[in-house]
Structures are given as structure tokens and as C-alpha cells.
Design a protein around this ligand. Structure first.
Ligand SMILES: Nc1ncnc2c1ncn2[C@@H]1O[C@H](COP(=O)(O)OP(=O)(O)OP(=O)(O)O)[C@@H](O)[C@H]1O
Ligand SMILES: [Mg+2]
Length: 146
């Protein structure tokens, strides 16, 4: 399958389904050692905090540190798998949906793996806002993990 898809992007937010997407990507990588894997998480400054006086440097640092810790764990777990593939993790900032699509375009990603739902976990809706946007706007195929 990956002879078509040589640069794969996993959209990772630490949710169960994004972990499953990463696992799926790892299995694909094992089958295609020449394929490259990008794992991106977008650090989205929570909106509306300003209004509550909660928006400050300390809090931002804390969010940022949490994201870095999450990605460090991803890197550590991947190293232990001894994959042959070129693998890189990215911490991006801004509006998650748009940043992910722009990143995929810039990187010439040819397959995106994304969870159907993420951290918010509203079960009634099939796709979250990020996966919905990415499926609609990406220029490459999107593999939705559920
Ligand atoms: N900040 C992010 N960085 C990278 N990937 C993300 C991010 N947010 C979501 N994703 C990806 O999108 C998938 C679906 O998450 P999404 O955020 O769309 O749903 P949700 O959290 O359930 O609902 P919503 O955020 O719309 O309230 C996740 O499993 C993950 O793969
Ligand atoms: Mg979400």
C-alpha cells in the first residue's frame, strides 16, 4: 500500500484514537522501510481565556511543557520499536485544523492518518471539528481511524 504513500502524516493530540492512528502508521512503516513518517501535534492556545484573566505567560508555558512531554514520550516509544524509517515529530502552533492542512501541503504529505474523534469526546458526532476539516480540505487521501 505504501508504495503509493511515501510520506505519511499522523495528526496526534494524545487521544486514544490518535494513538491508534499512530499505531496504524507504525504497522505501515514496518511494511515500507523507505516510507517517511511525520507526527504533528498542534498546540492551540485555548480561546476565551483572555476574558477570564487566565491568559498569562505561566499558563502558556505549562501548556507548552505538557505538549513537549507528550511528544517526547511518542519519540521514546518509537525509538524502542527500532523502525528503519525516517521519523520526525513536530509541535506546531495555531488553529489545529488549518495548521495541519497547511503543514501537509508544505511537507508534500501523501497520506494523512487521523482519529475520527479527539480529546473532546462528544460521542454523538462522528467526526470532530479537526478531522472534519482535514478530510474536507486536505489535498491528499485521509485515513480516518475509528
Ligand atoms: N491539536 C491537534 N493536533 C494534532 N492532531 C489533532 C489535534 N486535534 C485533533 N487532532 C486529530 O484529529 C482527530 C479528531 O479530533 P477532533 O479534535 O476533530 O475531535 P474532538 O476533540 O472529539 O472534537 P472537537 O475538538 O471538535 O471538539 C484526533 O484523533 C487527532 O488525530
Ligand atoms: Mg479536539
Amino acid at each position: 500500500m505504501l508504495s503509493f504513500y511515501s510520506r505519511v502524516l499522523v495528526a496526534y493530540d494524545g487521544s486514544t484514537l490518535s494513538k491508534k492512528a499512530l499505531q496504524t502508521a507504525v504497522e505501515l512503516m514496518k511494511q515500507s522501510p523507505q516510507a517517511e513518517l511525520d507526527i504533528a501535534t498542534v498546540y492551540d492556545v485555548p480561546k476565551g481565556l483572555e476574558g477570564y484573566g487566565l491568559y498569562n505567560e505561566g499558563l502558556l508555558k505549562e501548556f507548552r511543557a505538557g505538549t513537549e512531554k507528550m511528544m517526547a514520550k511518542v519519540e521514546k516509544d518509537l525509538k524502542e520499536k527500532n523502525l528503519q524509517n525516517k521519523i520526525q515529530t513536530y509541535i506546531l502552533e495555531g488553529n489545529s485544523s488549518k495548521v495541519l492542512v497547511d503543514f501537509a501541503n508544505e511537507r508534500d504529505t501523501d497520506l494523512i492518518l487521523i482519529g475520527s474523534r479527539g480529546l473532546s469526546g462528544l460521542q454523538e458526532v462522528f467526526l470532530g471539528s479537526v478531522s472534519h476539516y482535514v478530510v474536507q480540505r486536505a489535498n491528499c487521501p485521509v485515513f480516518v481511524i475509528k
